[in-house]
Design a protein around this ligand. Sequence first.
Ligand SMILES: [Zn+2]
Length: 322
Amino acid sequence: MRFIGSSHRHPGLRGAVVVALVVAGIAAPSGWAAPSKIAPALQIVATLPDLAALVQAVGGPHVHVTALAAPNQDPHYVDPRPSLMLPLSRAHLLVVNGLQLEQGWLPPLIRGSRNSRIQPGTTGHLDASFFVQRLQVSTAPLSRAMGDVHPGGNPHFVCDPRASARVAKAIGERLAQLDPAHAAAYLAQTTAFVAQLTAIAKAQRSRFAKLPVPRRRIVSYHRSLPYLLDWLGLQEVATVEPRPGIPPSPAHTATVLTTMRQLGVTVLVQEEFYPRRVSQTLAKLVKGAVVVLPGGARFDRGETYVARLQRTTAALYAALGG
Ligand SMILES: [Zn+2]
């Protein structure tokens, strides 16, 4: 369950309700994972669980964070059920991934929330993609023709701690702007978190660099891994989907198999929310394996962004023969 709570103007009452729910054995809401008696000043909604985990890392006890998508949901295709409008209607800040990742489901929710604070272009609307170095930006005119769901560049950057460090910095500065009373705390926490992400990024890159080159080649399902692969020095030789958002055809699957055999690639990597049937068939044919990565931080269970990175790199390193 996700506890939405009463108005932020009555933090004491809401805190009491949360305590009552926890005592009653009902799961605590994600944003209340940290034991603290401080009433959160800001209500924040993030579209993805990873973005929610970044907000929590820099906001600490001063923010209450809700994620709209779950880690086992494809972020391109979230069901825009009306219940998601409730946290949006109360939010002081909405953090979105951008690059059209949420294009198919978020705009009607934002409009339906009737919350002027979080509309695009306002201080209460933060587009994370504005702060990262984008990969796979097409020079062709923007179009979703042919089913390509990445028309403006690859939107799957939150699995890369280097991109997330930039996003965390932007979030920390925005929190300081929206809640000046806690600005010093936000900025100090942001500095510490960015340093932690930078150290993890460097350490994991060195670790993967020690793998022999043939072991550093993989096939992915969707083109959702370029930032992760770029960070870890890995190479994607093919994708099971012929284009982002288009299911594999037998002809395309045959070309992927040929590529895997020619290059001796035996590992297919995909997030938990993609179909596995074709990948498993390919893995069987090359006597390889399908590695299933987290679709994001298990924010609803209190998992931190750093723990999510550890889970991702551990699964990948084990599969590549490290
Ligand atoms: Zn995608």
